[in-house]
Design a protein around this ligand. Sequence first.
Ligand code: NAD
Ligand code: DAU
Length: 339
Amino acid sequence: MTVLVTGGAGFIGSNFVYHMLKKYPDYKIICVDCLTYAGNLSTLEKALENPNFVFLKTDICDREEIYKIFDEHKPDIVVNFAAESHVDRSIENPEVFLKTNILGTQVLMDACRKYGITRYHQVSTDEVYGDLPLDRPDMFFTEETPLHTSSPYSASKASADLLVLAYYRTYNLPITISRCSNNYGPYHFPEKLIPLMIANALADKPLPVYGKGENVRDWLYVEDHCEAIDLIIHKGKAGEVYNVGGHNEMKNIDIVKLICKKLDKPESLITFVTDRKGHDLRYAIDPAKINKELGWLPKTKFSDGIEKTIKWYLNNKQWWETIISGEYRDYYDKMYRNR
Ligand code: NAD
Ligand code: DAU
């Protein structure tokens, strides 16, 4: 079995690469990633030692190169993680989000049609449903919730989802889509809430909380997301959407206070800053479908997951310090200069 994983040098993609190499030692994993600012090849250092792993520095929007890769490696399954993923950046500069997240998805699916695959899986997000009110804890996103996006990022992800569903209906391409809530864990890029707060707190820098910090996110440990995708690509039904989330809603301010407590840092570091434009209030996933149909349940409780995550950032300072210094961008040259 050959699985092509795009965006594998990013946060969730790299965790998925390690999950697959460990669980399926006889699978070949081809990782396609063009190493944007969010891609870090040093994250895949251990995978690169595995003979069943191949890394290819390629942009998913580059049709010619993508077709060559499909022609040479003939993947059975494609899992598309590659995306511009940060909401704040999409507010500053939407264009690259539309290009990678929509057109890149189209190129990958066209390659799937041309060369034939057994499954194309689109890694989507709960943000395609927009947000829920803070005062309605009884409301959740189900797979039937209408798409109603807020940011250029979520609009680009929703557009891609519609295109993926259109390729199923029109061309019968065997697709699946997962829409997951906020992930946390190792290799999370330190521009996102949890790793940013850990890095800043350790440096005794201000902890910038948007607005009043009342916004709610539904946090899931990244390995649980990887297991959900693994189940969907092997047992999920073509044409279906699966919501993934662990019923773990928390206010941003409570997360930041918890990080202060765990790192023994004063809450006086917390600084309330101007709110994000169009800031979604609350995300909350109803994961009943994936539980009922595929038997998926999250394994990591938030109290354990956040403990493990903070420990990981303490033990892997070099990983995120080289990101903050910008040095991580030299890793590809160092690794591939003489190859
Ligand atoms: P990330 O930003 O950490 O990683 C994205 C990766 O994609 C990077 O390695 C980057 O180099 C690569 N990439 C970007 N543009 C590319 C292109 N044109 N061609 C090839 N590679 C390209 O993102 P993440 O947080 O790991 O998210 C992965 C996927 O999961 C995204 O599709 C995102 O929408 C989705 N998602 C993320 C979360 C979350 O909480 N982080 C939750 C639900 C869904
Ligand atoms: O829900 C899934 C989504 O989760 C994914 O699709 C996105 O790719 C991923 O980035 C994430 O989006 P969010 O916008 O929820 O994540 P972020 O870590 O950027 O922010 C989490 C919350 O914390 C959000 O309410 C904004 C707030 N925040 C964020 C940052 C970076 C702050 O208050 N201060 C900050 O400095």
